[in-house]
Write a protein that binds this ligand. Structure first.
Ligand code: NAP
Length: 279
């Protein structure tokens, strides 16, 4: 008997097999759940449908449990409505909704935060923060009582993580949205939570400078290592399952304990050692 037997839901934000959304979806499907997926729409002249194919390369591994794969740009309300209509036709109601979507222009990510462009800020906020509100609102009539909504965030929304820049501001807004949505959905028993993951090599992660962060986390986090895709898959599935009933408006960290540190910890030992060697 699986944790998700008889459960149905939507997973938004699979780009490829390194995506956090795919790690979570795989765990859910391995536990018996059925899922409808979305992909960024392909350009009409793209006969190869590259965006769709990146996602179906993953979902084809689970033909029984993948119920549909449809296009959706979260900047388009009609796209969002069409996804919910498809979910209604296929499932009637859904038990869970995973939002695992973020985007900021590389130029804005690489600039000092003070130089963020107005248009870049609006776009990053719309795709990375407002979109949670938009999809939750569109799903509100099809999500079951006691269902679950989860999104993905990062520590750079709580504290300044140089390099994360405009995306840190988006994550702060996203985490605030989680708390307000938890209040709105609470009377129906629906949980709304965020999973704050440590760095992982993914498409979005590379754009946000994950490379350097991996070394830093290994040196500072109490567990002395980085987290794995499988671990994020299981914690995400936990937040979307009945096992997390009673938890809402929460930001759950899966980061080897990095967020609990108030000093660079064991990294200081390395610095001391280097200083001693150079004396
Ligand atoms: P990813 O595989 O690149 O996933 C990001 C997804 O967002 C992609 O599927 C992307 O689609 C989609 N997306 C971007 N703009 C969109 C739009 N306008 N409409 C619909 N979908 C759109 O990277 P990931 O690391 O798994 O990111 C998933 C979430 O985890 C993000 O919120 C990210 O900030 C968060 N997170 C990541 C890390 C990390 O270290 N990787 C750590 C903490 C939190 P396309 O690829 O087709 O554009």
């Amino acid at each position: 008997m699986g944790l998700f037997d008889g459960k149905k839901g939507l997973v938004l934000g699979v780009a490829n097999d390194r995506s956090i959304a795919w790690a979570i979806a795989k765990t859910i499907m391995d536990e018996g759940g059925e899922i409808g997926f979305t992909h960024l729409p392909d350009r009409p002249d793209d006969e190869k449908q590259k965006n769709r194919r990146r996602v179906t390369k993953c979902t084809d591994q689970y033909p029984e449990q993948t119920k549909f794969v449809v296009p959706m740009n979260v900047q388009d309300d009609e796209d969002i409505a069409a996804v919910m209509e498809k979910a209604k036709q296929e499932f009637g109601e859904i038990d869970f909704l995973l939002h695992s979507i973020a985007f900021a222009d590389r130029d804005d990510l690489s600039r000092d935060t003070v130089e963020t462009s107005r248009e870049g800020f609006k776009m990053a906020m719309e795709i990375s923060a407002y979109s949670l509100i938009a999809v939750a609102n569109a799903a509100k009539d099809i999500i079951k009582e006691n269902g679950s909504i989860a999104t993905m965030t990062y520590f750079g929304g709580e504290k300044c993580v140089p390099g994360y820049n405009v995306m840190g501001i988006c994550k702060a807004a996203l985490e605030a949205a989680v708390r307000y949505l938890a209040y709105d959905f609470g009377p129906r028993g629906i949980k709304v939570n965020a999973l704050s993951a440590g760095p992982l090599k993914t498409l979005a992660g590379s754009a946000a400078g994950v490379g350097e962060m991996l070394t830093m986390y290994q040196d500072i986090a109490p567990l002395c290592r980085n987290i794995t895709h499988d671990e994020v898959g299981r914690s995400g599935a936990f937040l979307l399952s009945d096992f997390s009933n009673g938890i809402t408006g929460e930001v759950l960290h899966i980061d080897g304990g990095y967020n609990a540190m108030g000093s660079p910890g064991r990294l200081l030992d390395k610095v001391r050692q280097l200083q001693a060697e150079n004396q």
